[in-house]
Design a binder for this molecule. Structure first.
Ligand code: SF4
Ligand code: SF4
Length: 176
């Protein structure tokens, strides 16, 4: 009663949302292995995935052929989605992300099912992750890369050209 109204004048003025707002879900399909975990865990059953198997020939003589899943369809029905974020949490391959975009209202409810191309487009609106806490523990991957970079060069082997790492033999034409 004693405070001023704080009604946002949307759409004349865009609201200032926190950068990690749950607006829409983006799909980074290069990371998706079609494991189906997100579709199985979604409480609303609003993730639709189709795929087929493809045989990958052996890469070495005598090796075995392998099969891999190829994504045919990935869609999310935002008319059903309750923005719980479970799909993003359970994805083991970092293929799903929150974007703060929210302006995708439709007149036809069927248009709220976003197919993979549209889900990919949302990826470009996903904010970059926040910087790491400088006081936090160093991530294992970063520590391993740093140790590898700091490792001294192996000692020169007899018969190798000085200054050539690993004794790669004489320089070839055009080689630095
Ligand atoms: S946010 Fe929740 S309801 Fe929406 S698609 Fe993901 S798991 Fe399903
Ligand atoms: S959980 Fe991730 S990797 Fe698995 S199907 Fe869903 S998006 Fe793809």
């Amino acid at each position: 009663m004693t405070r001023r109204s704080v009604t946002d004048q949307y759409p004349d003025a865009l609201p200032e949302l926190p950068p990690r707002s749950r607006g829409v879900i983006g799909l980074f399909e290069e990371n998706c292995t079609v494991c189906m975990l997100c579709a199985r865990e979604c409480p609303d059953w609003c993730i639709y995935i189709d795929s087929h198997k493809e045989t990958v020939p052996a890469t070495t003589p005598g090796g075995r052929e392998r099969s891999r899943n190829v994504l045919d369809r990935f869609a999310i029905d935002f008319a059903l989605c309750m923005y719980c974020g479970i799909c993003i949490e359970v994805c083991p391959f970092d293929a799903l992300f929150w974007s703060p975009e929210f302006e995708y209202a439709e007149e036809d409810i069927l248009d709220l099912t976003h197919e993979r191309d549209r889900l990919r487009e949302w990826m470009w609106t996903v904010p970059v992750p926040p910087a790491l806490d400088p006081a936090g523990e160093e991530p294992k991957e970063v520590a391993a890369a740093r140790k590898a970079a700091e490792r001294p060069d192996p000692p020169e082997q007899p018969g190798t050209e000085p200054g050539r790492p690993g004794g790669r033999g004489p320089r070839r034409e055009g080689e630095a």
